[in-house]
Design a protein around this ligand. Structure first.
Ligand SMILES: Nc1ncnc2c1ncn2[C@@H]1O[C@H](COP(=O)(O)OP(=O)(O)OP(=O)(O)O)[C@@H](O)[C@H]1O
Ligand SMILES: [Mg+2]
Length: 476
């Protein structure tokens, strides 16, 4: 973070300062990091004490100070913090947003790149960060820090050396992304897709599109909107921005998409589902060999390429960076080969109907050489009225992909099996289990060398243990 005194921070966030008489808030100089976990506090840190349902951050303020934090941000005074100033603000998260906004205002040479969409934000953020990092010092969130708390915490890592901030922006409702753009005004904004993730909360796809489009609405006239030409709901956002439009397309089939500024031709997948393609960008073309698994990452890579091209990178440099980029965030299409030759695809980080379709498509590809496929699927959360049909559809897709077994984990996932059974000609086994342990148990005696097992569900479905369990069976 850029250096700011506790007094300056208090003024920025509209807070007041309490603290011991001998502690001069004008002297307490915060140089960062800004942390919400006292274990991450270091000399120069600002500890933001978040009120929580189970733990109150204020209880850890003294520990943070001991670890070197020079100031604390809280919504109420803290009795046991004796030697550092405490900045009191009405709402700690809002205060962090205000602080992030001001820090960015003081860093005019840092370009903010916002990325949103229903699926692929983290993957695209990770790809983009690894590409633009070649142009200059880049800050991007760890994992999925994409909301009103994670975004300011990421921004607050920036300092005078920062050239690019690649920010993931998520929305659980209309107005959320506008709020994030207010904290970190983007110069470039990429929209990946409009899908049914969180559709239950939004109520309709139109509302999802309205929310995601807030990113391009926030762009200035001199900015650039990067839009997925393959998704009609994203392409339609062109009318909602004053920024210049750049389009990307992973589909060479449609004439309109051949007009896209950044596109892919001759896409092929290797035996691990990694895509190679000819990328056309920035007026020339170059070959890309992705290290990420699943054909859906072509689209994400093109979004990253379109961003980099706008920043002045040529096609060869972009292709080289994309081809070296690795999966930085875990449990997204991770492939693990067991000692007995069973391939476990751990995509259990999260799920929605679109990412489930993408994962099943990858499973279909991985088994196209004759391997048997198993899909262990759990509940996809937050789908509201779309839930029943979305689960049936995922089951149908798994059956269509010819899985030898579909394991539905938990009662809420049962419609998956109905969907699969409804697919005429499917000869696989429909298996219902109550929980993750049940899935591992059922697969134990079924799996044979060469089989491929996909594990996927929403975070809340508790399937993270399935992949771990399957791997522990043989790999110890
Ligand atoms: N373009 C895409 N289309 C469909 N699925 C995708 C796409 N990109 C990534 N996925 C899949 O979606 C899941 C989540 O990926 P990722 O974490 O990149 O997305 P996200 O938008 O950041 O998700 P979250 O909303 O949970 O933060 C993974 O299973 C991943 O393989
Ligand atoms: Mg994410």
């Amino acid at each position: 973070m850029i250096a700011l005194s506790a007094a300056e921070i208090a003024a920025i966030v509209g807070g007041t300062i309490t603290g011991p008489a001998f502690c001069d808030p004008a002297r307490a100089l915060v140089t960062g990091p800004v942390v919400i976990d006292s274990r991450e506090a270091a000399p120069g840190a600002l500890f933001a004490a978040l009120p929580g349902e189970r733990v109150d951050g204020r209880d850890f303020a003294a520990l943070a100070a001991k670890a070197g934090a020079v100031a604390v941000l809280a919504d109420r005074p803290i009795a046991d913090v004796a030697d550092v100033p405490v900045i009191i603000a009405a709402d700690v998260t809002v205060a962090l947003g205000a602080l992030a906004r001001e820090v960015l205002r003081r860093l005019p040479s840092a370009t903010v790149i916002g990325i949103t969409g229903s699926s692929g934000k983290t993957s695209t953020k990770d790809l983009t960060a690894q590409v633009v990092d070649r142009l200059g010092a880049t800050i991007a969130p760890v994992g999925s820090f994409n909301n009103e708390l994670g975004l300011p915490l990421t921004v607050l890592r920036a300092d005078e050396s920062t050239r690019y901030l690649v920010l993931e922006m998520s929305a659980r409702g209309v107005g959320h992304i506008a709020q994030l753009c207010d904290i970190a005004p983007p110069a470039i904004g990429a929209v990946l897709n409009v899908g049914r993730a969180h559709a239950g909360e939004f109520g309709s796809l139109e509302a999802v599109a309205k929310a995601k489009g807030e990113l391009v609405e926030a762009l200035p006239a001199g900015g650039v909107a990067i839009l997925n030409a393959d998704d009609p709901n994203v392409a339609a956002m062109a009318s909602r921005t004053q920024a210049r439009i750049r389009r990307f397309s992973a589909s060479a089939a449609r004439t309109a998409d051949r007009m896209a500024d950044v596109r892919a031709a001759a896409i092929s997948l290797d035996d691990r589902g990694r895509a190679s393609f000819r990328m056309i960008a920035a007026g020339s073309s170059a070959d890309v060999h992705l290290r990420l698994h699943g054909g859906h990452h072509v689209s994400n890579a093109l979004a990253a390429a379109a961003i980099a091209a706008e920043l002045g990178m040529d096609a060869a440099a972009i292709a080289d960076a994309l081809s070296h980029a690795t999966a930085r965030s875990k449990k997204r299409m991770e492939l693990h080969e067991r000692a007995d030759g069973v391939l476990v695809v751990n995509d259990a980080y999260n799920a929605n109907p679109d990412s489930t379709r993408a994962a099943i498509e990858a499973l279909r590809h991985l088994t196209s050489t004759g391997r048997r496929g198993f899909a262990v699927l759990g509940y996809m959360a937050e789908l509201g009225d779309f839930a029943q049909e979305s689960h049936r559809e995922a089951g149908r897709l798994a059956a269509k992909a010819g899985v030898a077994g579909l394991v539905a984990v938990g009662e809420l996932a049962a419609p998956l099996l109905d969907g699969a059974r409804g697919e005429l000609g499917w000869r696989g086994e429909a298996i219902a289990v109550p929980d993750a342990a049940g899935a591992v148990e059922e697969l134990r005696n079924r799996l044979r060398p060469g089989d491929v097992v996909l594990v996927k569900a929403s975070r809340s479905a508790g399937l993270w243990e399935v992949a771990d369990g399957l791997l522990a069976e043989v790999n110890q």
